[in-house]
Design a protein around this ligand. Sequence first.
Ligand SMILES: Nc1ncnc2c1ncn2[C@@H]1O[C@H](COP(=O)(O)OP(=O)(O)OP(=O)(O)O)[C@@H](O)[C@H]1O
Ligand SMILES: [Mg+2]
Length: 362
Amino acid sequence: MAAIALEKVVKAYNTFQVVHSIDLEIRDHEFMVLVGPSGCGKSTTLRMIAGLESISGGEIRIDGRRVNELLPGERDIAMVFQNYALYPHLSVEDNITFGLRLRKAGKAEIEKRLAETARILDIEALLKRKPRQLSGGQRQRVAMGRAMIRNPSVFLFDEPLSNLDAKLRVQMRAEIKQLHEIMPTTTVYVTHDQVEAMTLADRVVVMNGGHIEQVAAPQELYLKPASKFVAGFIGSPGMNFFKARMLEEDGGTFAVLDNDARIPINRGIADLTGRDIEIGIRPEHFSIGASMAPDAVAMEAEAGLIEPLGMDMLVHLTLAGSKIVVRAPPNLALRRGDKLGLFVDPANVYVFDQDGRATYIG
Ligand SMILES: Nc1ncnc2c1ncn2[C@@H]1O[C@H](COP(=O)(O)OP(=O)(O)OP(=O)(O)O)[C@@H](O)[C@H]1O
Ligand SMILES: [Mg+2]
């Protein structure tokens, strides 16, 4: 059992702060993913939890115990790195059991745990090989085996799949998730890949510039992003944004776009009336040619670059002064330069204030 708590945690290199006083509670058994663009402080945060970086301010607790002053080996954690860090001259089984032997575990105990770990990871046939005789995915499994065999109270992963090709990444991603279902050890997992974050996590932490933007379950991040940053980061392609002005008229509130389209906004955000705002619409929330929504707003645009993806296609175009992407069904006979009728259901429109904060009812 191990929950992790970060309280006002700061990391500074000399006077340069890279993590700015973050608070975070990771529950026992939880699979928590830290995601964000390069340089936002994900690895630094993970390494402070691991004890590989000193903590400049605040407190980290694992299982209620302050760990700031503890060495990595005293924290009961196991970490899996991007480069796996396997010993090239040791066999797979010696790599996996290295830590146990170092701690003078008994032979029978080591053999039992090796067999169990190898079975779960499906690497029983590889135990006598050296790392160089393994594929990337197999090396990845050995690195995980080395972490698992210690039965730690926390797993830490830093971009463990980024050396693998796209197909293997998807496969290993599913394996890691399945492994967590069998062995629900508290896990903190760092990635810059939002799809990996969404598919693996119980909850996701979105980081930006050393700050936490939002902590939420994957579906909530998608449906209720707290900020423009999160809205643009989660989803592939990300949300489209438009400059707009809030207007109150005929007893209703409208967002008026640069092309004079008026989108009714039926939400308690009267304090934004008369202000410049931004609205967001996801690529998948445009309908082309027609709409089932009774109060859909119609706009016109010209198709630009078209990217067929098989199950659907992405249409790049300019709408109301913004370069955007629209997801379209694959069977549309669409060519660059074609005129498109675009329909938007106001229920799918997000509103952001000038500071980029999203506003929702209630
Ligand atoms: N030893 C160091 N000295 C000074 N600055 C550092 C040091 N290590 C990291 N940084 C800075 O801290 C910030 C956060 O780095 P970190 O490695 O945590 O980013 P990250 O989110 O893991 O990015 P990536 O996705 O590229 O791995 C970066 O701006 C980086 O340049
Ligand atoms: Mg990193």
